[in-house]
Structures are given as C-alpha cells and as structure tokens.
Design a protein around this ligand. Structure first.
Ligand SMILES: O=C(CO)[C@@H](O)[C@H](O)[C@H](O)[C@H](O)COP(=O)(O)O
Ligand SMILES: O=C[C@H](O)COP(=O)(O)O
Length: 936
C-alpha cells in the first residue's frame, strides 16, 4: 500500500491537476485510477495550453475541425470537451459506485476572458455542461465578485461547479454562500439537489510565493517586526487553508444547512489547488502532507503526485496546531500586511496567469487552422473521351439547380418522387457527416485499442457480413499492422472450412472477437458469435465474455444478448448510416484502431474530401459530383461495367467498392456493375460496356497496368485514374465513392440506400432452413447431369458436361456478364482456378466476369444480380463439407447453412428469370474446378 492508497483512510480524495489526450489513451489515467486510488481530474487553461499547444497529439483533430470551418476558439472548446468527456468516462465506474464519496469528477474551466463577466460565465458554463453531457463533469468558475452570482445560478440550474481561484477567507465564505443559495434556489424551483456536487478550490503555493518575499524582507530589516515575521515565512498558505477548513465545518452545519441536507444536499468540499511547491527551500510535499483531513480534496500536479506516492507521510495534519493558525493570520496586520488586499492581487494575477497561456494556445491553434484550409484531396484524372460532353452537361445541370446544396440537406426528391422512398432516403443519409462525429471518438477508440493490447490480446476476429466487415477487410489488406496493433482476421462466411482455419489461426484465450451486425439479427454473425463463445467458454469458463465485443445499432436485439453473455463492450453505431456506407463508423474504425491504424488521420483525410465535396459550402471542383455524374451518365450510355484496376497492395478495395456500387445502384433493372479482380487485357477482349477505374498510389508506378490503361483509353474506353498519396487516403476515397455512388443514383433515378432484392434470397433460405428443421436435410434439387464426380443443375441441357457448359455460356451476348459464385472454402487454389476460368470466359465471350465467395456476396453484389438488369449468367459452385462443424443451439451445421444459402439464392435468381448453372464440385473443390475448366 503506498501513500496514495493510504490517504483514503483519512477520507481525503486525491485528484490529478493535469489532463492530456495521451494519458487518456495510453492507459496511464486508468492505471492511476485503479492502482493509485485517483478520484478525479482538474484542468485549467494553462493545463490545456501545455497539452494542446505543447504536443502534436491533437494535430489531426485540429485539422479535421479546421476543415469543418470551425474557428480557433471552437476548436479549443471541442478538444477540451472531448478530453473531459473521455476522462469522465474513465471515472464513470467510480462515480457510479455507491461509496464514491463525492468523487469521480473531471473539471472544465470556462474561458479565462470571462473572469469578470457574470452573464458570459453562465452562458459558457451551461454550454460546456451540455456539450460534455456527463453527470460527472464539474464546470470551473473563478471566485471573482462577478463569478459569485454565476456560481449561484449554475448550481440552481443543476450544474456541478468547481469554484476556482480562491485565495482569501472572506471570499471563501462568499463562495460557500453562493453554493448554498444556489441549492436553495433550486429547491424553491422544485428541482432535485442530491445529485449536485461542488468543490471550492483554495489556491496555496501562490499565497506563499507572494507573501514570503514580503515577510523575508521584514525579517532582513530586523527589529520587532522581524521577530513577528520570521515564524510566518512559508506558513500563511497552510494557515489560511486550515482556517478555511474550520469555516467549512461551521458553514455546513446548523439549521440552514440541515434543511438542505434533509433533501440530500452534498457539502461543498474544500479542494487544495496550486499544491506544487515553488520554493526550493521547502519540502516539495508541503501542500499535500500538510493538509490531510476528512471531506477534502487535494488536486496535485503529476510530479508532486508521483513524489507523494513514494515519499508521502500520511497523517491527519489538517487539524493539528490549530492555535498557531490564528496566530499567523492575526500577526499579518501587525506587519502592515493586508491579506485581503494581497489576495485580491492574487486573484487578478491568477486571471492573467490563465489569460496568457490561453491566448498562446488560441494563437497556435489558429496557425494550424489556417494551414489546414489549404489541404486538397487528390484529384481524379477523368479521360472520358466521347462521353465527356454529356458528363459535363450533367455537372452543369446539377450546378445550375444547386443540386449539391440539396444533397447536403438530404433533399430526397433529388433521387425519386416516391414519398415512401424519399422517407427511406432521408433516414439513411447519416453517412454524410458521420466522419465529423467519429472525429470526437478517436481518443476513445485509441484508448480501447491500447487497453485490449495491455490486457494481453494478440488477435482480433471481426465477424459479420457485408457492410459490417468490408471496410475491415480493406484495412487489413491495405495497411501493414500498426506498431501497437493486433493481428486482425475477418470471418464473413459460413463455410466450415474457413471457420476452422480461423479457429486454428488464433489463440482463443488471447483473441478479441467482434460480433459486428447493424441489425443484430443477421444469421451469420449470430452463428459465428455463438460458435466462438462456446470455444472460448471451454477455455475461460464464465469469463468468456471478456473476449467479446459487439458493434450494433441502438435498439438492436443483440445488445441484450451481449449483456447476458457478459461482453466486454458494445459499441453503438448510427441507425441513420446504412451498412455499405459505414466504413468510417465504429464498424470500420474499431477494427482499424485495434489493427493500429491512425484513425484520426484517416478521418481528417475524409473531412478534406467532405469539404471538397461541398460539406461546408460550394466548391469549384467537387470530386464526388464529378465522379458520380460520370458514373451515372456512363451507365445510362451502356458503359455500366465499372472495371476496377488496382495494384496488388490494394487488392481487396474491390470488395468494398463492389458492395457500395452494386447494392446501391443495382435495382429497378438499372445499375452499375463493379468488376473487380479481372486481369487487364487488350482492347479487343472488351465490349463497349466498360469504364475503367484505376485506384493506386502516387509513388507506385504500376507500369504494366498504366500502359494497358493508356492503350484502352486510346481505343475509346473511358478511363478514370485516382492516385492516392498513401493508404490513409482511403479515408478520403471512402467518402469520395460514397458521395459519387449516391450522386450516380440520382442520375439513374433510383434510391441508392435500399436493397429490396437482398431479402428475396434470405426469405428463400429461411424457407429451406425450415424444411431442414422439419425433415433433417436440404430439399433435393433436380439434377441435369452428373459426370466426372461433378453434378450439374441447370435449365439448359446437354448430353455431356462439356455440351451442357457450352450451352449455358452460349447464351451470353454483348453487354452481359458472368458471375461466378463460389460457396467454397477460400483458398489460393480456388482463387487461381476461378481466375483462369474468368480469363477464358473473357477471352472467348468478351463479356465481363465477376467473382465472389458465398455467402459474402449475398450481402453485396447479390442485390445487383437480382435487382439490376437481366444481363447476368450465374455460375454457382458448391462443394461437400468433409469436416463440417456443428452450430451450438441449432439443429443444423455450418455446412448445411451455407448449402441452404446457396440454394436459397439460386431460387431467388431463378424467380427473377436469371440464367443459372449450379455445379457441385464434390469434396475437393480445387480438383472439381479443374474438371469444370476442362469442360469449358
Ligand atoms: O483550480 C484548480 C482545481 O480546481 C486547479 O486546476 C488550479 O487551476 C491549479 O491547481 C493551479 O492553477 C495550479 O497553479 P500553480 O501551481 O501554477 O500555482
Ligand atoms: O451489409 C450488411 C449485411 O447485410 C449485414 O447486415 P447487419 O450488419 O445488419 O448484420
């Protein structure tokens, strides 16, 4: 037990007189709370100057806020509020505990320029109170004459107040009076007072710093006065504090106070502030050791706190030598020292001591703000050839009609005239500004990641479908693991082979599992969660929940499940942000932070793009409008296959883009088909339905692709090139593509935020699973042919596998596409064989090919397959599950679920009159694929 733990026995609370984002994130504050019994935090403008002005911890946030058009003052307030909120949250368990003894508070001071402004103080106090929005924040108000009515008013409004800059006893009494009157006002108005807390911050070292030289001078001068002065040196502050404590005991007793106490009022405890010693002649712990007593707080700077932990002497000192207290205070007038006058000086000087660093801080923020405003996103190079004119005309039309203002105002008639669809559009446009909201969460996300690492987690498995996992897939593939990051794996398939691979790849005990589901009802993530919970339970028993977190929407039924299972945490996402638009929400950013990516910078880049896209007023070159208008117009002109070309380092970006584009636009027989993963060929292998988009890096030449794209452009194909500075620009790209997709949706006249045809496959699957539950097996399908260990199911027929396959593909005509849907264990061999098949199809038929693992693509391109134009030929591939896995609490296995999903989607495709061929490859998918390739 160290001195900090021991002091609790004396009912004194130690608070920390310091705050900085770093200590909130790196676990230092939590460690101090847990191990050193720290019970609160105080901040002031000088502390924030050191934290914000003296470090680059806040730079990305300053940039993001500057780009949002905020002033330096607003930026300061947002940074301070965010840190205070974060610290409040770290103290929340203490604050919520029954024996919190009035602790668990974090203080935020009103601006120093309001020191003599009653109304301004009230207004800012209420504003900060609302902005922090935590019951355990205290608003700090200076104890000036103008501050007193503000204190009374704020207390009467139910605000917790830390009264600061108290130097004298008379003023202390006035402060206590303001508090009590405030409580009485509140009682009169019928408000509750039991939840209000307040402290009176009495400043110590500054008293001695001012008076010691005066006393020492008298001592030097000699004579009678010197004799009086000598014992007073270094004693005035402690004597004042001890006297104040005696006054406190008197004030918070007697009938007036008792009446309030009956109603649950808390006393306004004295808080010792300015407790860092400034005089090298004194013991550095004098303002801590010397003032220990019940119902008091001491807020201590870091160095003094650390010293006290090691060397502090803990005893009740606050009420010792009380007879000397009056002697010291009464002796001062005899020396011609008017303490009240001196403390008035300290008050004014105290104001100045906060105004100066605050001005310096605002100045340094202002410089960073101005610099930020010059930032621009990377421009897309659009070579649209014959389509340029039409695209320009569309942009012009949108400019004239002020489309962008309507867009940012969620004006749903830009997309459709249907009232119901308009309502849905309005309620799913939260993505527009969600990056701004997430800027405030950065500190908390980083702290969470740090905590996970400190607790010994080494791996993370993100489990979910579609929009809930696409961004984490992209992050994991596009970034190296961060210095403090954990290994991240993603599970988004019911394939038992893949589930097993993931299980083998992670140490269960040290793995954090994330169940990510917006709705909280999607079958797959719930199954993954249950499966791995059982596994972890076998290792950790009742503590299994520690290894699980959830990300879901408020109101989702999963919240209750997570609570019951003791999940470590549930991040609540945003109901007004749809899955495929949620890359920059908790769905993308919790895994990103755990992987060690700089999420603050990612968001700052997103905000640069938002600004360019008109979020804060019109912009000349709007990247979202340019890309969206181009994609929309090109699609209406038959160039509806967006062929994505990326360097290897961005190989999975296509998965995210596929979902965004296909699910948003593929409906009502229209849409843009994203084609990812094809190798670039010569112009002659392509039809006239392509638009090529290259997304790569500025400093990565990628000569082969660049050369091929140039040839394609020369041959008349539209080519768009985006070269990012580095992977953090993905933050900006996510936003550019989201805006562009929504705008392309307006050009096409569809609702980009619904997915009406995804449900068809889900419903068919549910029906099949019902049959499985009743009959114990999947319904039989009618086979067209079996050959070489492969089973073929299709409406086309043939005497042999080769004939049947050829008949199927013979249906392809210009403008069609072939979609290969692999309900298989993801593997290099499957990737290679299917890539070869795609190449052959393209070479032979000159149609676009897409590829997706099932059930992943059901939550992505599946919408386009059934809702987009009827131009697809669907080759469904399934295989046996030699090592199937049972699912806890269910009568079926992972394998059966995956087969039912395949069958359900096939039925949905057939109901939409799509051309389908299902090939069951036997137990060895790679070998089966070779046989199929031969047949092709
Ligand atoms: O007022 C409170 C706590 O309520 C403190 O944060 C207070 O501002 C600080 O203790 C002092 O400003 C520190 O003063 P000093 O050590 O610079 O004299
Ligand atoms: O894209 C979304 C997927 O369909 C998964 O939905 P969910 O996040 O509600 O589980």
């Amino acid at each position: 037990m160290n001195a900090l733990n021991k002091i609790r026995e004396f009912d004194q609370s130690i608070w920390l007189d310091f705050i900085r984002r770093k200590i909130l994130i790196n676990g230092e504050l939590v460690k101090r709370i847990k191990e050193e019994d720290l019970r609160g935090v105080t901040s002031n403008p000088a502390i924030f100057e050191k934290a914000i002005g003296g470090s680059d911890d806040y730079d990305t946030t300053i940039r993001a806020l500057a780009l949002q058009g905020k002033s330096a003052d607003d930026i300061y307030a947002e940074l301070a509020v965010a840190d205070v909120q974060h610290a409040c949250d770290l103290f929340r368990p203490l604050y919520d505990s029954h024996d919190n003894s009035g602790d668990g508070y974090v203080s935020l001071e009103v601006g120093p320029n309001l020191i003599n402004d009653t109304e301004g103080t009230i207004e800012e106090g209420l504003r900060f109170w609302k902005a922090v929005d935590r019951p355990n924040v205290m608003i700090k108000v200076p104890a000036t004459l103008e501050g007193l009515p503000a204190i009374r008013k704020l207390i009467s409004e139910g605000v917790n107040v830390n009264v600061t800059l108290i130097f004298g006893l008379e003023r202390y009494e006035a402060v206590a009076e303001a508090y009590i009157s405030g409580l009485e006002d509140r009682v009169k108005a019928g408000g509750a007072i039991d939840n209000i807390n307040s402290v009176a911050s009495f400043f110590l070292s500054r008293i001695d710093v001012l008076l010691d030289p005066v006393l020492e001078k008298i001592v030097e001068e000699g004579g009678d006065k010197a004799k009086i002065a000598e014992p007073l040196v270094g004693e005035v502050a402690l004597a004042s504090a001890k006297k104040a404590y005696q006054l406190y005991k008197g004030i918070f007793a007697g009938p007036r106070w008792e009446a309030l106490k009956q109603k649950g009022a808390n006393t306004q405890r004295l808080l010792w502030a300015s407790t860092g010693n400034k005089n090298p002649k004194y013991d550095n712990l004098r303002y801590v050791d010397g003032l220990i007593g019940p119902e008091t707080v001491n807020t201590i700077p870091v160095e003094t706190l650390d010293l006290f932990r090691e060397q502090g002497k803990v005893a009740n000192t606050l009420e010792t030598n009380l007879d000397q207290v009056d002697e010291v205070l009464n002796a001062l007038p005899k020396l011609g020292i008017d303490l009240q006058e001196r403390t008035q000086f300290l008050e004014e000087d105290g104001g100045q001591k906060f105004k100066e660093p605050f001005a310096k801080l605002i100045d340094s923020i202002e410089k960073k703000r101005v610099q930020a405003l010059d930032l621009q996103p990377v421009a897309a190079d659009m070579q649209l050839g014959q389509y340029q004119q039409e695209v320009d005309a569309k942009i012009e039309e949108y400019k004239k009609s002020d489309f962008i203002t309507g867009f940012w105002n969620k004006q749903a008639d830009l997309w459709t005239q249907d009232a119901k669809a308009q309502e849905s559009i309005r309620s799913y446009m939260g993505w527009l500004r969600v990056a701004e909201t997430m800027v405030d969460e950065v500190g908390r996300l980083e702290q969470f990641a740090q905590e996970a690492k400190a607790e010994g987690f080494t791996h993370v498995v993100v489990m979910g479908m579609g929009g809930s996992t696409m961004a984490p897939i992209v992050f994991e593939k596009s970034f190296p693991k961060g210095e403090n990051g954990l290994d991240v794996l993603i599970l988004d398939t019911t394939n038992p082979g893949t589930v097993q691979e993931i299980e083998k790849a992670v140490p269960l005990e040290h793995t954090l599992f994330i169940v990510a589901s917006k709705s909280g009802t999607t079958a797959e993530p719930l199954a993954f969660g249950d499966y791995f919970y059982e596994k972890v339970k076998a290792v950790k028993g009742d503590k299994a929940g520690e290894n699980f977190i959830g990300i879901t929407d408020p109101g989702s039924p999963f919240i209750e499940t997570a609570k019951e299972l003791g999940y470590r945490k549930v991040f609540l996402n945003f109901p007004e942000v749809g899955g495929r638009f949620s890359a920059l929400t908790f769905f993308g950013l919790v895994p990103a932070a755990l992987y060690g990516i700089n999420v603050g910078e990612l968001l700052a880049r997103a905000v640069i793009m938002m600004r360019a896209c008109g979020a804060y007023g019109p912009s000349d070159n709007n990247p979202g409008l340019q890309l969206g208008a181009a994609l929309g117009v090109l699609s209406t002109q038959g160039r509806d296959k967006l062929t994505l070309v990326v360097p290897k380092s961005l190989s999975d970006l296509g998965l995210w883009l596929e979902q965004l584009l296909a699910e948003s636009t593929g409906k009502e027989g229209k849409g843009i088909l994203p084609v990812a993963g094809e190798h670039l060929g010569k112009p002659e292998v392509y039809g006239q339905d392509r638009v090529f988009v290259y997304v790569g890096y500025e400093n990565e030449a990628d000569e082969d692709n660049t050369q091929k794209l140039k040839t394609l452009q020369e041959a008349g194909h539209p080519v768009i090139t985006i070269r990012m500075k580095d992977a953090l620009d993905l933050g900006a790209e996510f936003f550019r593509w989201e805006a562009a997709t929504a705008i392309a949706g307006a050009v096409l006249g569809i609702n980009p935020f619904d997915q009406p045809n995804v449900q068809a496959a889900k419903t068919a699957t549910d029906k099949i699973m019902k049959e499985v539950a009743e009959k114990g097996s999947l319904p039989e399908q009618e086979k067209a042919l079996s050959e070489g260990g492969l089973d073929y199911y299709s409406s086309v027929s043939g005497g042999s596998a080769q004939e049947l396959v050829q008949q199927f593909f013979a249906q392809a005509k210009a403008g069609d596409y072939v979609s290969i849907q692999a309900y298989l264990t993801e593997s290099a061999a499957v990737n290679e064989e299917t890539a070869e098949l795609r190449q052959k199809i393209q070479d032979k038929l000159h149609v676009a090919t897409t590829f997706g693992y099932g059930p992943r693509f059901l939550h992505s391109t599946g919408q386009y397959h059934k809702g987009g134009p009827n131009t697809g030929l669907f080759l469904q591939l399934t295989a046996g599950h030699p090592q199937d896995l049972p699912l806890p609490g269910r009568s079926y296995s992972f394998g059966t679920l995956q087969d039912a999903q395949a069958q359900g989607d096939l039925e949905a495709l057939q109901s939409a009159d799509r051309r389908t061929l299902h090939v069951h490859l036997g137990n060895d998918a790679a070998a089966g694929l070779k046989t199929l390739l031969a047949a092709f």
